[in-house]
Design a protein around this ligand. Structure first.
Ligand SMILES: Nc1ncnc2c1ncn2[C@@H]1O[C@H](COP(=O)(O)OP(=O)(O)OP(=O)(O)O)[C@@H](O)[C@H]1O
Ligand SMILES: [Mg+2]
Length: 200
């Protein structure tokens, strides 16, 4: 960039950032209203293997924060779901966990066999945690505590994606002690819910 236009470099960067924000928001809104248009083919997937790939996708975000990642994925069952949708859900959860730990901490991804039903994926962080009064709003569209930065669509889209395969996302958290999100994924990827699975 020449000396003449150097003074506007900062403004150009701001414009770039805002264009990217608008692009992301538009994409999320489209996916929010038309999730089926974004759905990929389904496959029988090893959730741990997909989770490990997602950690690589967010590795650039871990560099600045002192975040240690641990993977413990012993689940043996496979689940039927679209790989790109599962990746989107996991990357959303990882991104949220990283944002909750600006001072660093531990990020744990674990899978467990969900007897008789499928697999659970656990995404645990040691970040700031979630206030009790915020917990009921977490999956509502546009709920965000990230002021200018968040659209508040990450969790609501993730919930809708998982629900289309008969699954759920639940959360447990205490302020100051971190959060654990559990993704419940069904083996057959069907939206039909047996009465006996403990999820209602
Ligand atoms: N691991 C977490 N620890 C603490 N708070 C969390 C965590 N995950 C989600 N939250 C809270 O839930 C809110 C909603 O999350 P969601 O992913 O839907 O939106 P966002 O991250 O704010 O924005 P977006 O994902 O659209 O960029 C967050 O703003 C934050 O307050
Ligand atoms: Mg988010």
């Amino acid at each position: 960039m020449s000396r003449v236009n150097r003074p506007v470099r900062h403004e150009l960067r701001l414009i770039d950032e805002q264009v990217r924000r608008i692009y992301l928001l538009t994409n999320r809104l489209l996916q929010f209203v038309r999730p089926e248009a974004y759905a990929g083919n389904t496959e029988r997937l090893d959730v741990g293997e997909v989770a490990a790939g997602c950690v690589d996708l967010v590795r650039h975000m871990l560099k600045d924060a002192a975040i240690r990642v641990e993977l413990a994925c012993p689940a043996t069952r496979r689940v039927r779901i679209s790989r790109s949708e599962l990746q989107q859900v996991i990357v959303n959860l990882l991104t949220n966990a990283i944002h909750a730990m600006p001072e660093g901490g531990n990020l744990t991804l674990a899978t467990r066999d969900w007897e008789g039903h499928g697999v659970t994926l656990h995404v645990r962080d040691t970040g700031r945690g979630i206030r009790k009064e915020d917990l009921p709003n977490l999956f509502n569209p546009f709920f965000t505590t990230r002021k200018q930065m968040g659209t508040g669509l990450g969790l609501s889209i993730s919930y809708a994606l998982v629900e289309r395969y008969g699954g759920r996302i639940t959360v447990e958290s205490k302020v100051g002690q971190g959060a654990e999100f559990i993704v419940w994924l069904r083996e057959d990827g069907s939206a039909a819910k047996p009465e006996t699975d403990g999820l209602s």
